[in-house]
Design a protein around this ligand. Structure first.
Ligand SMILES: Cc1cc2nc3c(=O)[nH]c(=O)nc-3n(C[C@H](O)[C@H](O)[C@H](O)COP(=O)(O)OP(=O)(O)OC[C@H]3O[C@@H](n4cnc5c(N)ncnc54)[C@H](O)[C@@H]3O)c2cc1C
Ligand code: SF4
Length: 333
C-alpha cells in the first residue's frame, strides 16, 4: 500500500475544509474520509484508491439514530450498519432496511461499516479492482473489458457503452424503496438530496458515481415517517447463502387497502448501475389486487428496459422471480 497522511479532524469544519483541497470527491480523490474502512482500505491495498490524506471522521458526533419531529428517522452517517439493522424502531417500522443490511457482508463487516461508507461502497467488477486491467471507471478513457469479458454479475439496467458495473449495496436498495434523503455538508453549506438523485448513471463519465463534490461530508440520512400497516420485505438472491453480493434483490414497501394495493415502492439490487427504484413496477402494482398475476405484471414492467450482456441474460428472469417472490412474502402476513 502507498504511504499517506492519517488525520483526525477535530470537527466538521476542519474535515470539510481539508477534504475540499482534493481535486475531486469521485474516483482519484487525493483526500478521503474514513468510516469503517471496509471499502476504502481494501481498495487502497489494491492501489485502486491512492489518497495522499485519509481523514478519520469516526469521532465526529454523527453516530445517533433519532426520531424526527415529523415521526421519521434521522440516521447519523457514522452509525454502524449492525446498530442500524438492530435498532428497535428500524425493526418495527422500517423492516425492509433491517433485512437488507442483515443480508449484506458478514457480522464483523457490518459492525465496522458505517451508513456513510455504505452509501459510497464501490462496484465489485473484477476489472475495476485490478490495476493491471483497463477500466473506464478507474481510468477514464481506458476502455471497459467487462463488456466483452466477465460480466455475469454486472448490470442489466442503467448501463452505458462505457461501463456496465453493478452497484453492490443492499442497504441502498432498501433506502431507495423507503425514499430516504441524504444530507450533505460542504464548503457552500448543507443540502439535502433525494435518494434517487444521489447516485448517478455511468453515461460517459463512469468515474463519477454520486453528486458529491470535493469537501462534501455525508452527515446523516433521513427516512420519512413510516406508513402504518405497510408491508415490507427484502429478498436477496446470490450464488451462496451468506457473505456474497446480490445477483438480484428486491425491496418492497406496500400499502394494501380492501384487498388492493394503494401504494407501492419498489427497488431492485444486483441488476442496476445504481440502486434501482422501479416506478414502472410501482405503477403496475397500484390499484391492483395483491395476487400473483399483478406481481408478475409488475416484474415484467420493472425489467422491460433490461439490456443483458454476454453472460448475464439469466438475471432478467432471476430479477423478475425475485420481485414476485418478495411481493408474495411481504403480502403473505
Ligand atoms: C468481504 C466483503 C463482503 C461484503 N459484502 C457485502 C454485501 O453482501 N452487501 C453489501 O451491501 N455490502 C457488502 N460489503 C460492502 C460493505 O457493506 C461496505 O464495505 C461498507 O458498507 C462500507 O462502509 P465503511 O464505513 O466501511 O466505508 P469506508 O470504507 O470507510 O468508506 C467508503 C467510502 O465512503 C467514503 N466515506 C465514508 N464516510 C463518509 C462520509 N460520512 N461522507 C463522505 N464520504 C464518506 C470514504 O471516503 C470511502 O470513499 C462487503 C464488503 C466486504 C469487504
Ligand atoms: S464495467 Fe465499469 S467498472 Fe467494470 S471494467 Fe467496465 S468500466 Fe470498469
Amino acid at each position: 500500500m502507498h504511504t499517506f497522511e492519517f488525520i483526525r479532524p477535530a470537527d466538521h469544519a476542519v474535515a470539510i475544509a481539508t477534504a475540499a483541497q482534493s481535486k475531486t470527491a469521485q474516483q482519484g480523490a487525493d483526500v478521503r474520509f474514513l468510516g469503517g474502512g471496509t471499502t476504502l482500505l481494501d481498495l487502497m491495498k489494491l492501489n485502486v484508491e491512492t489518497p495522499a490524506r485519509v481523514l478519520d471522521v469516526n469521532r465526529l458526533p454523527l453516530d445517533k439514530i433519532e426520531t424526527t419531529s415529523d415521526g421519521g428517522l434521522k440516521i447519523g452517517a457514522m452509525v454502524r450498519n449492525s446498530d442500524l439493522a438492530n435498532d428497535a424502531k428500524v425493526q418495527k417500522d422500517y423492516l425492509v432496511l433491517s433485512q437488507a443490511i442483515l443480508q449484506g457482508a458478514s457480522a464483523q463487516i457490518r459492525n465496522m461499516a458505517t451508513v456513510g461508507g455504505n452509501l459510497l461502497q464501490r462496484t465489485r467488477c473484477v476489472y475495476f479492482r485490478d490495476t493491471a486491467m483497463a477500466c473506464n471507471k478507474r481510468e477514464p478513457g481506458s476502455g471497459c473489458p467487462a463488456i466483452t469479458g466477465h460480466n455475469r454479475t454486472l448490470a442489466i439496467l442503467g448501463a452505458s457503452e462505457h461501463c456496465i458495473a453493478t452497484n453492490p449495496s443492499d442497504m441502498c436498495v432498501a433506502m431507495a424503496a423507503l425514499e430516504a434523503t441524504v444530507h450533505i455538508q460542504g464548503t457552500k453549506g448543507s443540502r439535502a438530496v433525494a435518494f434517487g438523485d444521489f447516485h448517478v448513471l455511468p453515461g460517459n463519465t463512469p468515474h463519477r458515481e454520486t453528486v458529491l463534490e470535493a469537501g462534501d461530508l455525508i452527515t446523516y440520512v433521513t427516512l420519512p415517517a413510516p406508513i402504518a400497516g405497510s408491508k415490507q420485505g427484502y429478498l436477496k438472491l446470490r450464488d451462496r447463502a451468506s457473505y456474497e453480493f446480490a445477483l438480484a434483490s428486491a425491496a418492497v414497501v406496500l400499502t394494501i387497502s380492501s384487498g388492493s394495493i394503494s401504494r407501492a415502492r419498489i427497488a431492485l439490487g444486483g441488476v442496476g448501475t445504481k440502486p434501482w427504484r422501479s416506478v414502472e413496477a410501482e405503477h403496475a402494482l397500484t390499484g391492483k389486487p395483491a395476487n400473483d398475476a399483478t406481481f408478475r405484471q409488475a416484474a415484467d414492467a420493472a425489467l422491460r428496459g433490461a439490456k443483458p450482456q454476454s453472460e448475464n441474460k439469466f438475471k432478467i428472469e432471476l430479477a423478475k422471480r425475485c420481485l414476485v417472490h418478495s411481493l408474495r412474502m411481504a403480502t403473505a402476513t
